[in-house]
Design a protein around this ligand. Sequence first.
Ligand code: PLP
Length: 375
Amino acid sequence: MASQNLRTPGPTPLPSAVRDALARDMINHRGPEFAELMHECVDGLKWAFQTQHDLLILTASGSGGLESIVVNTLSPGDKLLAISIGYFGDRLIAIARAFGVDVVPMRLDDGHAADPQQIADALRADPAIQTVFVTHNETSTGVLNPLEAIARAVKETRPEALLLVDGISSVGSVPLQPEEWGMDVVVAGSQKGWMVPPGLAFVSVSPRALERSAQARLPRSYFDWQAHRRSAERGQTPWTPAVGLFFGLQAGLRLMRDEGLERLFERHRQMAAYTRNGLVELDLRLVADSDHASPTVTTAYVPEGINAKELLEALRSRHDVVLAGGQGRLDGKIIRVAHLGWFDQDDLDEALLALRIELNKVRAADSSSPATARA
Ligand SMILES: *Cc1c(COP(=O)(O)O)cnc(C)c1O
């Protein structure tokens, strides 16, 4: 099979060093080899998260990491201010409600970031809120929230509240500083910027969040942070981990260290700007407010009269370029071009060229059709 130009925001392409690592034979997950492997992975993750907080590795997709933050920090009936700027923010709300949390939702229109002032106002209006959730990078709309300002607003308005962050499509690709900014919990997922297949979730947990988890009373078992912490002291996980993915993670983190965090962040910033310009040159209207455009995924509306599914299928079958479509209410309305993890400008040039060719085709067909008059 010809190799595809996979431009979806997870899974992302794998460098050959990672693929080789994934092919290794198994080791005993209760032996010294695994303890050493886990130690290196935890160290590397702390480096990329820029934190000294506890770092737990769960065998689960990103959503499992999100479930873990709900069940470890909340008790039945607790109020959670959940800020959603899209599909993945809504997912956290759904998880929290499934567990009986009293969610106070704050939803913003697609393409817009959250407003720190509005968050401070919501906290002032409801003294019972002791936990706040926000998405760092909303992958469904390509919007990066102003996380530092949001964290400051929470800290100033309700210093005792825990701040929980979905950083699944940002951590490792976009700067953030858990201690300095005041974030208690941050979740990431292996198939986004880490150059590793899906299956591992990474969670950084502050000392206050650990204290909360010792008291929290929602039902939990597999995702119990306390159990994960106890096992981690022995270089283990409480349940059998996805050992093969740990090998891949080790290789991916080594590549990230070789590149260096600052260069890595800068590459994502530059390539995002490049992609936005490329899409605007194709006369596409961007979804994200330009002040808050994501460094890892760029989104644009599909022009009226063009079928999004057919366009994506033409790109895939004729050009081996795989873009993502819209999710939830944006299904059929937008396309998403990912630029995170292992990629370079050539991958984007190829995707933009394929898009130009296919858009020109449908636009030419449209303007030559006699039925262009609008009803
Ligand atoms: C991908 C993603 C998720 C969901 O992760 P899964 O690994 O698909 O469970 C949640 N939040 C954000 C921001 C994401 O990008």
